[in-house]
Design a binder for this molecule. Structure first.
Ligand code: BEZ
Length: 253
């Protein structure tokens, strides 16, 4: 979920559970791609509150979860997991894992080369790197609307996330030496549990962190108004315009 070691104030497990439980629910298909076997040693990179890590453990795997957020790691430990606070760009492991798994986390990690080299080192020869995260075009309507509204209010607004094209990420993996068995974009408009403001407050904090509360409120309400015709259907249900990048790579034996 996160690798910025200084961003812990943004991650509230309670808010996350209310607005983002669908993230781990949808991650079960990535677990299927991982095909974990009992007894395997698995690193869950960006484990968040451990909702998927615990499923890997229940399948008989020996799992370590890592995340940069202290509060999320605490929540994962409450599930009885071995979880550690760690920067994904500085993984310290050497040939220890049968697989590295990552769901909805790699887009938070701004230095993908450093992440990939750490994953490579962490894997045993023959080990696999399986994951899913935001790919090219992910939440494009949300990002462009937030950027427009912020600019109109006189604020700067860079896209804080890494959403690569499949060719770009494949190249990064292959440059490190991985063999890429599959990689593709998966468009997945995703029903939200509430309106888009819950998503923006839970995930869009990097757009809003430097604003005063009053500016934050007016930016948020303008963004919600402008996104309604794009992402809210006639019944009032809101959808995030997710596009996942899903991949399966192997460190050759
Ligand atoms: C995602 O899972 O695609 C995502 C989550 C939060 C912010 C940006 C993207």
């Amino acid at each position: 979920m996160s690798t910025r070691s200084t961003d812990d104030q943004f991650w509230d497990p309670q808010q996350y559970a209310e607005n983002a439980r669908f993230v781990s629910d949808l991650g079960m298909s990535v677990v299927e791609l991982l095909a974990p076997q009992p007894g395997e040693r698995i690193l869950d990179l960006g484990c968040g509150d451990g909702a998927l890590t615990v499923k890997l453990q229940a399948l008989g795997c020996n799992v370590l979860g890592v995340d940069a957020s202290v509060s999320m790691v605490e929540a994962a430990r409450k599930l009885g997991l071995d979880a550690r606070v760690m920067d994904g760009r500085a993984l310290p492991f050497q040939s220890e894992f049968d697989a590295v798994f990552s769901n909805a986390a790699l887009h938070w990690m701004p230095d993908p080369e450093a992440v990939i080299v750490g994953v490579w080192r962490a894997l045993k020869p023959g080990g696999r790197f399986v994951g899913e995260f935001g790919g090219h075009g992910n939440v494009a309507k949300i990002v462009s609307t937030q950027q427009q509204v912020l600019t109109e209010h006189g604020f700067s607004a860079e896209n804080p996330w890494f959403f690569p094209r499949p060719e770009e990420y494949q190249q990064l993996l292959e440059t490190q030496g991985f063999r890429v068995l599959s990689i593709q974009l998966v468009p997945r408009p995703t029903r939200l549990p509430g309106d888009i403001s819950g998503w923006l407050r839970t995930f869009g904090h990097q757009f809003l962190e430097h604003l005063r509360q009053s500016d934050r409120d007016s930016v948020l309400s303008a963004a919600v108004g402008r996104l309604r015709p794009q992402l809210c259907d006639a019944t009032g249900a809101w959808y995030a315009d997710y596009v996942r990048l899903r991949f399966h790579a192997v460190r050759p034996a």
